[in-house]
Design a protein around this ligand. Sequence first.
Ligand SMILES: Cc1cc2nc3c(=O)[nH]c(=O)nc-3n(C[C@H](O)[C@H](O)[C@H](O)COP(=O)(O)OP(=O)(O)OC[C@H]3O[C@@H](n4cnc5c(N)ncnc54)[C@H](O)[C@@H]3O)c2cc1C
Length: 352
Amino acid sequence: MSVRDYDAIVVGASFGGLAVARQLRGEVLLLDRNEVGTVQTSACGTPLWVPVSLGVRDSVLQVHEWLEIRTPTRTVRYDLSSVPFCTFDYRAFCEGLLAQCRVRFLRTSVSGIQDGAVLTGEGRFTAPIIVDGSGWRRAITGPTEGSSRRRRHSFGLETHTPLQDRGLTFLLDRRLIPQGLGWIFPVGQGSLVGLGSYAGRSKLKPALERLLRDQGTAAGRYHGTYFPNQLLRPTVGGVFAVGDAAGQCLPLTAEGIRPALYFGGECGRIVQRILEGRQSLEAGLEAYRRLVARYRRPYRMLQFAQWMAAHTPTRWFAVVTQLAATRPFLPRWWPRYGWFGHAAPADVAAAT
Ligand SMILES: Cc1cc2nc3c(=O)[nH]c(=O)nc-3n(C[C@H](O)[C@H](O)[C@H](O)COP(=O)(O)OP(=O)(O)OC[C@H]3O[C@@H](n4cnc5c(N)ncnc54)[C@H](O)[C@@H]3O)c2cc1C
């Protein structure tokens, strides 16, 4: 019989894993193959209330009060001032969250789970509660392979450039990328410029280089990876999954940070109840499944909008985005989207 090493093990110390870990008190092991905050995969754009409410406001690099959607036929400008966005420093954000955790962090690669034990480069670890926050690779809950990965995952590639700008920009142009979008996210010193393929195509570098030439700017280091565009199972066997490991990245906008933090935080609260003996593991798994199920409809709507963006003529989609940016439509949907993942919008609005 294996010795129980920890009360809980969390795999992955990025947005999802850290959001779980910061809720936990007890003998908790947090595992990641990299040092926390060292391997950035995202443009780190999110509503300003996110870093503010998590106590990591210092990580913010630039605040954005408008968003432009550029298509070959029209440019639509969204006023974000009711829920401003920001871009933040990945390392500072993650290190700030880690400082709030009372867990043991161990840098090691996780290769899977066997007989209830987590297999790592540093040996086997056991715990009655295991959470997979390892991103789209799903180190514990099982990788998504081949054509299934292409169907369920988008791919993004981006690079840091010296481009200075104000506001966020999305580019919808079939000549640039047939089923996907481009973005320019200013980050204080320069901008992250990237392309995302809804079809999961990973050979995006030539198209991104063309975009950079069009913008009259040069590439820095590239980073890119897959991210899911449909919900996957939030629990597998007796294991919880959060963030990209559970397919929680939002379709269309590819916003995955907020969902990973939100569902991670909720999952962490459930796990803490189990640790305190206030809930059984089975009841906790069921509560988490029910929580995620409440969001199936908005995820399906965004999936449909993503399909429209990828398959309908861009000029039609541009008309829809134009309409969505005007009254009476904008005030109806924008605050709901912008505050997704936060329980008490008014409190944070006051704090920002
Ligand atoms: C180019 C690009 C730009 C993006 N821009 C944005 C954006 O601006 N805003 C936004 O909201 N979303 C954005 N996203 C999506 C966002 O990055 C993800 O949805 C988000 O990072 C998911 O967080 P996570 O914690 O679930 O997974 P991840 O951030 O992927 O973290 C997974 C962690 O698990 C670790 N790990 C993985 N495998 C193992 C293993 N075998 N053993 C040990 N550790 C392991 C990794 O090292 C990592 O630390 C972007 C994605 C891409 C690709």
